[in-house]
Write a protein that binds this ligand. Sequence first.
Ligand code: SAH
Length: 204
Amino acid sequence: MVAHQLRRRGIRDDRVLEAMSEIPREDFVPDEAASDAYRDEPIQIGHGQTISQPYMTALMAQELALTGTEKVLEVGAGSGYAAAVLGALAGRVITVEIVPELAAMARENLRRAGRDGNVEVIDGDGSWGYAAWAPYDGISVAAAAPEIPMALLDQLADGGRMVIPVGDWLDQELRVITRQGARLDSRVATFCRFVPLRGGEGWR
Ligand code: SAH
């Protein structure tokens, strides 16, 4: 997976490559999908949701440019896999999940993989962010929104970065937003297709 799906496609951050070679992805997919865990595609995890394609998890993590000290917010814990990867790269991770059964599953998967030490799974609608622990040096949104939720921009720290798929439910661009003081810059990292972000309202 690391050589063919990640390195060859331009994932260069050694810490991302190392984290993804160490974290057992099979611990984050349903038992019956264990043999498919390293395939180059999203995998169904129940409740109409998927664990993202490995490349997408790697690219999002790389774009956050983490060094090990950061506080990171993830929206959409799903299986917990991306949260485990972010946990290996940052200081602390808060991941919010709107489907209670998936939040419970993410917690259990993280525990089983021994990755729950600095990763907290919160039940709730992450399109409002998680104000209690804001601001965040990194925000990773694992579901696509028509616009960027205002609350997430407000909770992005000075110098922080956010990755978020923006678009309709078939065609999206993965945007990388950086904050420098009051200034927000945005660029497109790739095109993508994520499940839709639910809940929320406050679009910008
Ligand atoms: N990061 C996950 C990918 C999960 S797919 C992984 O590595 O497995 C996206 C997830 O976002 C789904 O679990 C879905 O239930 C969740 N989601 C969608 N809208 C949400 C919202 N508003 N708040 C929190 N989670 C949300």
